[in-house]
Design a protein. Structure first.
Length: 232
């Protein structure tokens, strides 16, 4: 019986090892997570009755009859982000804090999906603008787990900005630094708005969406960059 031998790669051509392929798949999770998350909450916000995307936070989409969709959106995006963080750690063998902070952002998303938030800014209809205290342990845990994630993604931008500056990649260094600053600024404005500041309350959802989109865009582009640099 004749044995067929597969062709050998051309001389000098890189050969993808199993670990390289696994790393690429993990990095691709980061390219998918952000667009999937953003498109899902934008569609929900556009079709949900009585929900105002300019005013209400993304987390409020967990409330109501179809709240499970946003809860699943949080969890799926979080798991994809955690996988991406593992891929970053594998690709950047001498890096710890950057991948760790990205992983923390992913964990916070999973927590936000497991634990439902409280009503705020009048959604669902008939609820007050701001509750005087948490209505449940779930709502308290939602905020408790979300805050470190927001801090983590802003810090990750700074960590990678420093890394890119050291590797003499000024474009990426500036983009990462600007993304971190813009994310933090928009998030602070959203937080003030959700606290029912009269001048900003009508735009809390807008500020939060700007922050979240900036953060997800940076992560997705970082994932694409790392995929291109990994062995094919």
């Amino acid at each position: 019986m004749r044995t067929i031998t597969p062709p050998s790669p051309a001389p000098g051509a890189p050969r993808a090892e199993p670990n390289d392929r696994t790393t690429r798949r993990l990095l691709l999770c980061g390219a998918v997570a952000g667009p999937l998350f953003v498109v899902t909450f934008l569609v929900q916000g556009a079709v949900r009755a009585h929900y105002d995307p300019l005013r209400h936070p993304v987390s409020s989409l967990e409330l109501g009859e179809h709240g499970w969709i946003q809860a699943a959106n949080f969890i799926v995006a979080g798991l994809l982000t955690i996988a991406f963080a593992v891929g970053l750690r594998r690709a950047l063998k001498n890096a710890f804090w950057g991948p760790a902070l990205v992983g923390l952002w992913g964990l916070s998303l999973v927590g936000a999906g497991v634990f439902t938030t409280d009503p705020v800014s009048g959604y669902p209809p008939g609820t007050p603008g701001l509750l005087s205290q948490y209505s449940s342990l779930s709502a308290e845990l939602h905020d408790l787990l979300s805050l470190p994630g927001f801090i983590a993604i802003a810090a990750a931008c700074v960590v990678f900005a420093v890394r890119f500056a050291r590797t003499r990649e000024p474009g990426w260094a500036v983009y990462s630094a600007v993304s971190g600053a813009a994310f933090a600024t928009a998030l602070v404005l959203a937080t003030i708005a959700f606290a029912q500041n009269p001048a900003l309350v009508a735009y809390g959802g807008l500020f939060q969406r700007i922050a979240v989109t900036i953060g997800w865009a940076w992560l997705a582009l970082l994932a694409v960059q790392q995929v291109r640099r990994s062995p094919a």
